[in-house]
Write a protein that binds this ligand. Structure first.
Ligand SMILES: C[S@@+](CC[C@H](N)C(=O)[O-])C[C@H]1O[C@@H](n2cnc3c(N)ncnc32)[C@H](O)[C@@H]1O
Length: 260
């Protein structure tokens, strides 16, 4: 009897594990699962998947990247801070794009919205931009730590980390910026109006918006349509391996005043 129960329990446990492996291997639409596919061959090595650190790079305490000749070690805190404290594919793709097109940011006044780990702002600063990295209050300590860990010791870089919650009023921010950067910030429908309002507040007619975006849900496209009421939006890059697009937006000045 004991053997039977033991066998059943073990069987259920193994089924559960197989289920998790299949779900992870099958669903390629979110970054966490994409991260599984980064670990190629994992699904066929079921035993290895017990090592949680291999399930998703999100669960790693840090990730290493090489940008502008510098190794960046980005601390992550998925369990604690959640989505703000991991590096999303859209951010990596935008960093790569900026590195290949450094004139976009070199010497420019830049603001990054919904910066999360801050890696995009950090790379923009390494490329010579004067960067304001922004996110919600609760993410600022984490971002400051990442910035300090990676670029504090490099003289001459111009980076600051500040609060900018799209849902609030922020008189400190005006349309001063040459470049607005945003990686994977189109994902909460309830925030679309506020996000658009934020773009409109920080952009002048010559500002370039670089939006790095992974399409997940139809509703995300709705934001692009909202943007198109006020900005020209051109797809300038597509990373097929990560399924991330970069859009370049420019304000249609005559439409700026229509949203308050
Ligand atoms: C999916 S994460 C992307 C983070 C980072 N840009 C990246 O690609 O790695 C979305 C980011 O938007 C930020 N965010 C969410 N709601 C916000 C709001 N109301 N105001 C400002 N930032 C917000 C989150 O804190 C988070 O850092």
């Amino acid at each position: 009897m004991v053997t039977y129960i033991y066998g059943q329990t073990l069987g259920c446990f193994l089924l559960f594990l197989i289920q998790i492996i299949l779900v992870c291997a099958d669903n390629g639409s979110c970054d966490a699962d994409r991260c599984v596919s980064e670990e190629k061959g994992m699904a066929s090595q079921a035993v290895v998947i017990y090592d949680e650190s291999k399930i998703s790079p999100f669960h790693k305490p840090n990730r290493k990247f090489l940008f502008v000749g510098k190794e960046l070690v980005i601390k992550q805190d998925w369990e604690g801070l959640g989505i703000a404290a991991v590096v999303w594919d859209a951010a990596v793709v935008l960093c790569e794009y900026l590195e290949k097109n450094k004139d976009i940011v070199n010497g420019k006044l830049i603001i990054e919205l919904g910066a999360g780990s801050g890696i995009v702002g950090i790379v923009a600063a390494l490329l010579g931009g004067k960067v304001t990295i922004t996110d919600l209050d609760e993410a600022l300590d984490y971002i400051n730590e990442v910035v300090d860990d990676n670029i504090k010791s490099i003289p001459g870089l111009e980076v600051r980390v500040q609060s900018l919650d799209w849902t609030k009023d922020w008189p400190d921010y005006s349309a001063d910026y040459d470049i607005v950067l945003g990686a994977d910030i189109i994902y909460i429908e309830e925030l679309f109006d506020d996000l658009l309002k934020t773009f409109l507040q920080v952009c002048h007619e010559n500002t370039k918006v670089l939006l790095s975006w992974r399409y997940r849900y139809d509703r995300d496209k709705q934001f692009l349509e909202m943007m198109r009421q006020h900005f020209t939006l051109e797809e300038i890059f597509y990373d097929s391996s990560r399924d991330v697009k970069i859009y370049l937006g420019k304000l249609i000045q005559k439409n700026k005043e229509k949203v308050k």
